[in-house]
Ligand binder design. Structure first.
Ligand code: PLP
Length: 453
């Protein structure tokens, strides 16, 4: 793309500041510094309006599998718009791309006899499943089973249902009251274990906490437990081996549904098709979004077991749906995106490149890095002032790291808790991984020296 002129760029920046209310942004910083305007993308790279190139180290918001700027996707979207741009899926209507994508996803997910409900994103998917599980128990004559249990540091989205299950600072303050009947247990964060134990010398207290919570709330009041297989926005927290096996057993014992939030993990990012497949369990339901369409269009999905579907079906008409459920263009794009993931073996690439990224970052052994962790191309770098005492800086080092990296052509993100997120597109090459490692190393080193000075 040709860089824009200075006049055009200045106009865009001013118009952004004057008119664009940004989501999840530091609005004061936006007014002071102006927006970072991205104008084009190809593969793992994006370009700003000045024409400067960046490696997209976060894959947008954890979502890009097939890389930016794929003409095959543009072609599919164009053809579908010409054929049928939209029709509803309410009132027993359907459309061809929605049917094909439902069949494809139903056959992929590790959920028994899965049925697929489409949404436009992760928050809608989570709101949908929270309503479905309550409806399910109601249909079974157990209407008191309302509680949704999530985990500390969970991110499940920002609509009122989803944010009630989210457990990160800032997402609740000022937004109360949230929805009733949501509760949580502490997360499996081994590096800063809430129980101050050390795996494998522990008894997986993090998993057994679910049983204690169910007993505290009363089994007759708990509908579901929801977890990201690997928590993303909370800091890339990978539970220890055996964790979900215990969770599954507890859910079975106390008749609590287990929902796997695969919004980030789903469709290959962790190096397996779904995040939960790293453990030997099947969830009752899954929520999905992001890599289902690589972000080319807004799309999300919910998979429920045949048993949940039949129970809901038999209760009578199901009054929940969004205008854009099963949107034909979104579903056509989603289908093509999943075909590309398969044809180009991108799950294997995520696994291999993820190992390279993790190994490269671990080798750095910088004073500010306490832990590098992740699965596949979902990686977190946990930053500390003093990694021996595990003391954090009072203001996050990561925010400065991200600024320096950006100046040097790498987009990464600082998560709450001072952890740097890396989740590049799943098409990434070895050379691009090495660029991320080297650029981040320089940025962390420079930021650390500045903070200590
Ligand atoms: N669930 C998880 C695990 C997520 O990471 C996100 C978004 O990052 C969501 C749900 C919410 O998705 P959306 O932003 O599409 O509503």
């Amino acid at each position: 793309m040709k860089p824009l002129s200075e006049t055009e760029i200045n106009w865009l920046k001013k118009a952004d500041q004057d008119h664009y209310f940004h989501p999840t942004s530091n609005l004061i910083k936006l007014q002071e510094k102006g927006p970072k305007i991205i104008a084009a993308g190809k593969g793992c790279k994006v370009y700003d309006v000045e024409g400067k190139e960046y490696i997209d180290g976060t894959g947008g918001l954890w979502l890009n599998a097939i890389g930016h700027g794929r003409p095959e996707i543009a072609e599919v979207a164009k053809n579908q718009i010409e054929q049928l741009e939209y029709y509803q899926s309410f009132n027993e209507f359907s459309n061809i791309p929605a049917i094909k994508l439902a069949e494809k996803v139903a056959k992929m997910v590790p959920v028994d006899k899965a049925k697929i409900f489409f949404t436009s994103g992760g928050s809608e998917s989570n709101d949908t499943i929270f309503k479905m599980v309550r409806y399910y128990w109601d249909a079974k004559g157990q209407g008191s089973k309302d509680y949704i249990i999530s985990r500390g540091k969970a991110y499940h989205g920002v609509s009122y249902g989803a944010v009630s299950a989210t457990r990160l600072p800032f997402y609740h303050g000022g937004f109360q009251p949230l929805l009733p009947a949501f509760d949580y247990i502490d997360p499996p964060y081994c590096y800063l274990c809430p129980w101050e134990k050390e795996y494998p010398g522990c008894s997986l207290e993090c998993a057994h906490a679910l049983e204690e919570k169910i007993k505290e709330l009363g089994q007759e009041n708990v509908a579901a437990f929801v977890a990201e297989p690997v928590a993303g926005t909370g800091g890339v927290l990978v539970p220890p081996p055996g964790y979900y096996e215990i969770i599954r057993k507890i859910c079975d014992q106390y008749e609590v549904l287990f929902v796997s939030d695969e919004v980030i993990c789903g469709f290959g990012r962790t190096g397996s098709r779904f995040g939960i497949e790293h453990w030997n369990v099947k969830p009752d339901a899954m929520t999905m979004a992001k890599a289902i369409s690589s972000g080319y269009v807004q799309l999300g999905a919910v998979a429920v077991s045949g048993e949940i579907y039949e129970t809901i079906k038999n209760k009578g008409p199901f009054f929940h749906g969004y205008t854009y459920c099963g949107h034909p263009v979104a579903c056509a794009v989603g289908l093509k995106n999943l075909e590309i993931i398969e044809a180009e073996n991108l799950i294997e690439n995520a696994k291999v490149m993820g190992q390279r990224l993790l190994a490269g970052l671990k080798e750095l052994n910088l004073a500010a890095i306490g832990e590098v962790r992740g699965k596949g191309l979902m990686v977190g770098v946990d930053l500390f002032k003093d990694r021996t005492s595990k003391e954090k800086f009072p203001t996050p080092l990561g925010l400065r790291v991200v600024e320096i990296a950006y100046e040097n052509g790498l987009i990464c993100r600082s998560l709450l808790g001072d952890i740097v997120q890396l989740s590049p597109p799943m098409v990434i090459t070895a050379e691009e991984v090495d660029f991320i490692v080297n650029t981040l190393a320089k940025a962390i080193d420079q930021a650390y020296q500045e903070f200590l000075a």
